[in-house]
Design a protein around this ligand. Structure first.
Ligand code: G1P
Length: 295
C-alpha cells in the first residue's frame, strides 16, 4: 500500500569532514555496504519499490551506485567476486530510483517538500539514511507500514534517549494509547536542555500522509532558521492525528563518529559475519547435493 520511500540526501555531512568533502555521507561504508543501501533494503523489505532520492551537488556516486557498472561487471564476470554484487543487483532489479536536486539547504522539511514531485499524492515513507536500523525480525519501516494500515495517519518512530541527549532530536509528547504507541500532542525540534517535553526522540523513520506537503508549505522557518518537518507534523497532529511509535530494534546514529563506529562493529559481527556463514553453509549444502547426485 505504501510504495514509495523518500530519502533526503542533499546534506553536506560536515561532521565527517574531510571524508565527506567529495563523497556523499550516505555513501560512507558500514562494513561493505554504503549507509543508504541499508535504508533501501529496509524499504524493500517493507514492500516498497519506488526509491525517491533528494540529492544535491556532488552526489553522483550515490546515483551511480544504484545502476549497472558494465565495465566492472565485465571485468569480474565468471569470477568468485561476482557474487559480491548479488545484493545490489537484487536491489536494482526490485526497485526503481528517481532523483531530484535540492538546490538550497533549507532544512529537512524543505528537503521533503522538494521530493513532492517524485512522491505525488500518496502516503510515503521517509528514511534518514544516517540513522541505521537493524532488526532480527521485521525492519522498522515494515513495523510502521503495519501500523499505517491500522491508523491511516502520519507516524514517527521514536526512541527513549538519555536526558542529556534530547537537544539533538525532535522530541514528542503524547497520550499513550498502547505500550509502544502515543498520540502526539506536542513536538519540539531540538529543545533546549531542561525544556524537553519528554525523553522520546524522533529517529529517522517516518510515514507521512500527502497532506504533509501543504503543512510544510505553510511552515515558517523554525529551529536554526530551517523549515522543520517537526513543526509541520505538530500542526498535522493538532488538526488531525500523528502517532509516535516506539519501534523494535536497534538504531545507530551514523551521523556521529561514535554511532558510526558502533554500527560498523555491530554490523560486522551480526550482519556481515552471519551472512558470510549462511553463504558458506549454502555453498556446502549445494556441494553435498552435487556429490550425492554423482554417487
Ligand atoms: C533530524 C530531524 C529531527 C530528528 C533527527 C533524527 O535532525 O530534524 O527531528 O530527531 O533527524 O535523526 P538532524 O539529525 O537532521 O539534525
Amino acid at each position: 500500500m505504501i510504495k514509495k520511500c523518500l530519502f533526503p540526501a542533499a546534506g553536506y555531512g560536515t561532521r565527517f569532514l574531510p571524508a565527506t568533502k567529495s563523497m556523499p555521507k550516505e555513501m560512507m561504508p558500514v562494513v561493505n555496504k554504503p549507509l543508504i543501501e541499508y535504508g533501501v533494503e529496509e524499504a524493500i523489505a517493507a514492500g516498497m519499490n519506488g526509491m525517491c532520492i533528494v540529492t544535491g551537488r556532488g552526489k553522483h556516486s550515490l546515483i551511480d551506485h544504484f545502476d549497472k557498472n558494465y565495465e566492472l561487471e565485465d571485468q569480474i564476470k565468471g569470477t568468485n567476486k561476482e557474487e559480491l554484487l548479488d545484493d545490489i543487483r537484487g536491489i536494482i532489479e526490485s526497485a526503481h530510483f528517481t532523483y531530484i536536486r535540492q538546490s538550497e539547504m533549507k532544512g529537512l522539511g524543505h528537503a521533503i517538500l522538494t521530493g513532492r514531485e517524485l512522491v505525488g499524492d500518496e502516503p510515503f515513507a521517509v528514511v534518514l539514511a544516517d540513522d541505521l536500523c537493524v532488526n532480527d525480525g521485521k525492519g522498522v519501516l515494515e513495523q510502521m507500514v503495519a501500523l499505517y494500515k491500522q491508523f491511516r495517519c502520519s507516524i514517527v518512530a521514536v526512541e527513549e534517549v538519555p536526558a542529556g541527549e534530547t537537544h539533538k532530536y525532535g522530541v514528542i509528547a503524547g497520550d499513550q494509547i498502547r505500550d509502544d504507541l502515543y498520540r502526539v500532542t506536542n513536538m519540539v525540534e531540538k529543545p533546549a536542555p531542561g525544556t524537553e517535553p519528554s525523553n522520546l526522540a524522533i529517529i529517522g523513520r517516518y510515514i507521512l500522509t500527502p497532506d504533509i506537503f501543504e503543512y510544510i508549505e505553510n511552515t515558517q522557518p523554525g529551529k536554526g532558521g530551517e523549515i522543520q518537518i517537526t513543526d509541520a507534523l505538530l500542526k498535522q497532529a493538532q488538526e488531525g492525528c500523528v502517532i509516535a511509535y516506539k519501534f523494535k530494534g536497534k538504531r545507530f546514529d551514523c551521523g556521529s563518529v561514535e554511532g558510526y563506529i558502533d554500527a560498523i562493529n555491530y554490523c560486522y559481527e551480526n550482519v556481515y559475519l552471519q551472512d558470510s556463514k549462511a553463504e558458506l553453509n549454502k555453498k556446502k549444502t549445494e556441494k553435498q547435493k552435487r556429490l550425492l547426485a554423482v554417487t
